[in-house]
Design a protein around this ligand. Structure first.
Ligand code: HEC
Length: 137
């Protein structure tokens, strides 16, 4: 009886994990990007040197927790992206956990970027982490 229950939980957990559809998330994220981010970070994620940092092959994209905070809480202050200095500000966006995961999966898997999937369940825990040298908007 107990064993059956544990087996049930394990199966449930595995099936949840497998049903995360990264290509579908990236596709949804593309529309969010085109509606909310493209005006500054541009169609090819190239940004505007010195003003809007690039997202294409940007060195910051490796820190998942920081990315979640940047999108939801905004970011300000000095930063160096791919060797170029920025000192601007970006407001946070009002996005659901799923939308946040989708737009991040899009930017992290487009224009030559490649990363592990970010899932909606990763968003709230990421907001609770401590990120060095990060200033919200
Ligand atoms: C109004 C212009 C503007 C919009 C719209 C905008 N950003 Fe930004 N973004 C900026 C600026 C400016 C910075 C740099 C802030 C600084 O210098 O501290 C930045 C920084 C970033 C960074 C950190 C730099 C890096 O390469 O990792 C990420 C990630 C990012 N933005 C993602 C997004 C996403 C995703 C969206 C859409 C949901 C978005 N931005 C919308 C202006 C914008």
């Amino acid at each position: 009886m107990k064993f059956t229950f544990i087996l049930f939980l394990v199966t449930l957990f595995l099936s949840f994990d497998q049903t995360f559809d990264l290509p579908a998330s990236i596709e949804r994220g593309k529309s969010i990007y085109e509606a909310q981010c493209i005006t500054c970070h541009m169609a090819e994620g190239e940004g505007l040197p010195g003003v809007f940092p690039p997202l294409a092959r940007a060195d910051y994209l490796t820190d998942k927790n920081r990315l979640v905070k940047v999108v939801l809480q905004g970011v300000r202050g000095e930063m160096k992206v791919n060797g170029t200095d920025y000192n601007g500000e970006m407001t946070g966006f009002m996005l659901s956990d799923q939308e946040t995961a989708d737009v991040l999966n899009y930017i992290c898997n487009t224009w030559g970027n490649k990363a592990e999937a970010i899932k909606p369940a990763d968003i709230q825990p990421a907001l609770k982490t401590v990120t060095k040298n990060y200033q919200p908007y």
